[in-house]
Design a protein around this ligand. Sequence first.
Ligand SMILES: N[C@@H](CCC(=O)N[C@@H](CS)C(=O)NCC(=O)O)C(=O)O
Length: 209
Amino acid sequence: MSKLVIWGRTNSINVQKVLWTCAELELAFERIDAGLQFGVNKTPEYMQNNPNGLVPLINDNGFILWESHAIMRYLARKHDHQGAIAPQDPQKDALVDQWLDWYNTVAWPAMKPLFWGWVRTPAEQRNVDELEKARLQMVVILEMLEKQLGKAVYVSGAQFTLADIPLALLAFRWFNLALERPSFPNLSKWYEEIAKRPGFQKYSSGPLT
Ligand SMILES: N[C@@H](CCC(=O)N[C@@H](CS)C(=O)NCC(=O)O)C(=O)O
């Protein structure tokens, strides 16, 4: 029987993407804690499999893969024969890729300083002016998502797909930071819908750490 092993701590957004994807695809897996306080990810054995020394990493019956979006796509390609979360139509699938890339190149780079500043930096070391600039930048970026969600029910179109997963995990962080937030009705409506999914409930929730 094929065995999927995932390395990564459950509070990592990148690990959560993979765990939630497994939940959508109803895949069984073994998870090994790694990263931050758990260590593991900088050991020579781990670095041989992932030279970045980051989580997540998977071993799928001998096939090694890192980079959370590559892992999500791989699992969907292997198991999602009906196109339940990764559309088979090339254009719909390309739109999924577009938003996954947008998350990596635009949305998360803007969110990361806010998350690290408010969650992982001691209060006395925070640069509040820089954090305010980061918040305003994030508002501009979320306006793009707000517009998109005014045209489509889900991020890449009419169907829930892989593209919703990272952005919903980002939105969880945005909504759970004690920040001033403008009203984004489309984003809120989408988020409320997504928050009903068992994979989101199981892997995204809990205090931000
Ligand atoms: N682009 C990579 C980023 C992976 C990444 O930055 N992982 C973080 C956790 S979210 C990490 O391993 N940090 C070091 C640690 O946890 O020790 C991906 O999407 O998988």
